[in-house]
Design a binder for this molecule. Structure first.
Ligand SMILES: *Cc1c(COP(=O)(O)O)cnc(C)c1O
Length: 340
């Protein structure tokens, strides 16, 4: 099967740009680093969930849903993009937000993505950290169904085989851009969380026998669990595409050395990456995902794992709206009343 065979609601701004990061590459004095701008997918400040939602929301529409429900952490980018997509389609949206960090910072709890969830008309409810969120979602959906609503549920991060089709498509899009420009690429690096992005990408790349190593930088789970999650979802996605068996277990590689104290807790390396990308490339990262991915990339260049003469593509998965829920993580007192 090919992508056009699957129901899809076209809403993302595609293709997203592929750009060279000249100043960051020069600063690190290592490989040539490019960036695939999936922070520019267009929907309510963009991000990677929009590609997945193109397929998920088309399925919701086909099933006659008048409401979607999903779940995520308080500052979930997935929740915000789902709320925006639902608004555009005239569907209701209710979101379960897990208190995964225990933060009582006012902006963390009401600004950034939470503000945007509410602006797009979604309703939210808070859940205690550490519970089985997908089970809580199904239980909450059944209650709403009992009132007569037709509810379509979307798992955390939009990560099932339907959502992952969005990243199979992204792999094809990137390969087209590499081919058009005659760019040979040695590695692709991206943040990996609920696994749909990495699973879709690896399925797309292996189904075309591309063989560019893909490295996922983890933001939550330990390496073994993260790789298993990605591998399982890649197999399900390949089955759906009709190319079962194209992804091998060893094609799935995650490095989880950059998680720090836990999901959603900013790290010194991540904060450094945010400042480097902002000051050198005018690109905004987020502390939860893309900054940890970029921190891994930067550290692996510094350690010589990625070398001069190589070309790396960093997939920017978005998340900048979360910055406004994480102002407390930065200290810019020295930027006031000084010119040095
Ligand atoms: C969800 C998310 C990711 C992780 O993608 P998964 O498909 O969940 O692995 C990375 N970056 C950002 C900004 C995200 O919102």
């Amino acid at each position: 099967m090919y992508i056009a065979d699957f129901p899809r609601r076209f809403l993302a701004h595609l293709p997203t740009p592929l750009e060279k990061m000249g100043r960051l590459s020069a600063e690190l004095d290592g490989p040539e680093i490019w960036i695939k701008r999936d922070d520019c997918t267009g929907l309510s400040t963009g991000g990677n969930k929009t590609r997945k939602l193109e397929f998920l929301m088309a399925e919701a529409e086909l099933q006659g849903a008048d409401m979607v429900m999903t779940q995520g952490a308080t500052q979930s980018n997935h929740a915000r993009q789902t709320a925006a997509f639902a608004a555009k389609m005239g569907m209701g949206c209710h979101i379960l937000l897990e208190d995964r960090t225990g933060s009582s910072e006012p902006n963390y709890n009401a600004n950034g993505n939470v503000l945007l969830d509410h602006l797009h008309g979604a309703t939210t409810e808070k859940c205690a950290g550490g519970i089985d969120m997908n089970a809580a979602l199904e239980a909450a959906a059944d209650k709403v169904r009992a009132t007569g609503k037709k509810v379509y549920t979307i798992p955390g991060g939009g990560s099932n085989a339907t959502g992952a089709l969005g990243y199979v498509n992204c792999a094809f899009e990137m390969l087209g851009q590499f081919n058009e420009r005659g760019l040979t690429v040695d590695h692709i690096v991206t943040a990996t969380g609920s696994a749909g992005t990495q699973a879709g990408l690896i399925t797309g790349m292996q189904s075309t026998n591309t063989r560019i190593p893909l490295l996922g930088i983890g933001v939550r789970a330990p390496k073994q669990i993260q790789e298993e999650n990605v591998y399982k979802l890649a197999c399900a996605t390949a089955d759906k595409m009709g190319c079962s068996g194209t992804v091998a277990r060893e094609d799935v590689v995650a490095n989880t050395d950059y998680v720090g104290d836990g999901y959603g807790i900013a790290t010194p390396g991540g904060l450094e990456a945010i400042k480097m990308f902002a000051e050198l490339e005018s690109i905004l990262l987020d502390p939860v995902y893309s900054a940890k991915g970029a921190a891994g990339l930067i550290d692996l260049v510094r350690k010589g794992h990625f070398k001069k003469g190589e070309r790396i593509v960093f997939l920017h998965t978005g998340g900048s709206a979360a910055l406004f829920g994480y102002d407390f993580a930065f200290n810019f007192a020295d930027r006031w009343n000084s010119t040095s």
